[in-house]
Design a protein around this ligand. Sequence first.
Ligand code: HEC
Ligand code: HEC
Ligand code: HEC
Ligand code: HEC
Length: 161
Amino acid sequence: MLKKAVWYKGSLGVLMAACVMTVAMAGVGRTNSGQFVGSESCGECHEEEYGNFKKFAKKAHSGKSVKVMAADLTNEEVAECYVCHMTGYGRPGGFVSFAETPGMADCGCEVCHGPGYDHVEADGDPDLIKGSLSMDDCTSCHNPERIDAFDFKPLLYGGAH
Ligand code: HEC
Ligand code: HEC
Ligand code: HEC
Ligand code: HEC
């Protein structure tokens, strides 16, 4: 009886290991298509844009703007800030917390150009990243409540690089 139980446990273990492997392999096949990857990956190939952005854009410090005010806010209120002040909050590959995803703790390249995983994986295929932008790419964050007259034309190049 005891022997049987041990055998049973053992084969259950093998069975479970097989299941875990199947799930893991399915995950490999599924890819991370559509995910956010963070500005640092973009910097490897777009050195100039990356350098200018880090130096001049307020977006590159937008996480700090939240951090300095966080002590006076509830967790729910802070989470609301993340939607506009971080990269990809609540979306695959995006910001989770300052500790877990430091590379996403500001508004990076991908808030304007969209998630970059596919573009990066394809060695920079320009068809796999949003190149030309419109007002709609800004107004989710720069909405009328936040700014009286969002003048797109001069601003379009202003907040980037
Ligand atoms: C492996 C190198 C590489 C990486 C990493 C990379 N790019 Fe690119 N990217 C390119 C190349 C090559 C082109 C096409 C030639 C060009 O326009 O400079 C390009 C083009 C672009 C364009 C213009 C697309 C168009 O329609 O003309 C944008 C915008 C862009 N990349 C943004 C990004 C962003 C954002 C990231 C990070 C998520 C990134 N790139 C990461 C190599 C790369
Ligand atoms: C995910 C939200 C988000 C999107 C999308 C977004 N922005 Fe911003 N932008 C911000 C935040 C947040 C700041 C303020 C950063 C700070 O000071 O904390 C900012 C700052 C700016 C500034 C201030 C000047 C500076 O030096 O950076 C300009 C200009 C700007 N954005 C232009 C744009 C334009 C143009 C677009 C669309 C192509 C755009 N933004 C899209 C969130 C966003
Ligand atoms: C709907 C998007 C959105 C939300 C939500 C949001 N912000 Fe912002 N925030 C912006 C934009 C866009 C700017 C810069 C442009 C502007 O002032 O219009 C900005 C600017 C700021 C600035 C000024 C930075 C500077 O250099 O002047 C601070 C500080 C700030 N936000 C903190 C917060 C905090 C804290 C929260 C959460 C309670 C929050 N924001 C929520 C979009 C947002
Ligand atoms: C505030 C929005 C915004 C952010 C953030 C932003 N870009 Fe752009 N980017 C633009 C705009 C606008 C253009 C010009 C698109 C057009 O010509 O219609 C552009 C164009 C580009 C191009 C095409 C070549 C060029 O310079 O015109 C590349 C490459 C690029 N961006 C890379 C990046 C990288 C890398 C980052 C992060 C370091 C970044 N961008 C962050 C708005 C942004």
